[in-house]
Design a protein around this ligand. Structure first.
Ligand code: SF4
Ligand code: SF4
Length: 91
């Protein structure tokens, strides 16, 4: 993330990382998650789901900061994210 100026306590802040999951068959390809992801971590994939839409996919695995915006904004409840540490515990 680029800051206009670096916060004085930037070295003490741990930036979270998330893993985003897409329930592909629910997606209607509206692109809200892609458009509004603050890290530009998503794009619409080339594949088609059963409804004929392109579900999103991650561009860079390390880009997601687990902000949850894609999860909140999706009108179809088709995308969610988990903090990377949660994923490691489950995995
Ligand atoms: S959780 Fe935030 S950073 Fe991660 S993909 Fe969703 S909108 Fe982007
Ligand atoms: S916001 Fe939801 S329905 Fe729209 S493209 Fe993203 S995952 Fe699909």
């Amino acid at each position: 993330m680029k800051f206009w100026r670096t916060p004085l306590d930037a070295d003490k802040i741990k930036v979270p990382h998330g893993e985003t999951y897409v329930i592909k068959e629910r997606c209607k390809g509206c692109g809200f998650c892609v458009e509004f992801c603050p890290k530009r971590a998503l794009r619409l994939s080339d594949e088609f789901n059963i409804k004929g839409y392109h579900p999103p996919e991650m561009i860079g695995k390390d880009e997601c900061v687990n902000c949850g915006l894609c999860e909140m904004i999706c009108p179809e409840f088709a995308i969610y994210c988990l903090e990377e540490e949660e994923v490691q515990v489950e995995g």
